[in-house]
Design a protein. Structure first.
Length: 60
C-alpha cells in the first residue's frame, strides 16, 4: 500500500522524477530528398517512405 505523501522526503521524490524529463526526438535524413524527418514516418517534405511515394505533396 502507498505511504502518505509526508513520509517521502523532497529529495527522494525528486530522485524518482529525475528520469521524467523531456527527451529530444531523433531526426534522420530522408533517403529521397535529404531533409530531416522522424524515423519510421513518411517524409513531410516529399511524401516518400522506404523509397515509395505514399502521400502526394503539393509544391508551393
Amino acid at each position: 500500500m502507498a505511504l502518505p505523501p509526508k513520509k517521502h522526503s523532497k529529495s527522494r521524490t525528486r530522485k524518482r522524477r529525475a528520469h521524467d524529463g523531456i527527451v529530444v526526438c531523433t531526426l534522420i535524413a530522408c533517403s529521397h530528398c535529404g531533409e530531416k524527418k522522424r524515423p519510421h514516418r513518411v517524409c513531410p517534405h516529399c511524401g516518400y517512405y522506404r523509397e515509395r511515394e505514399i502521400v502526394a505533396v503539393e509544391e508551393s
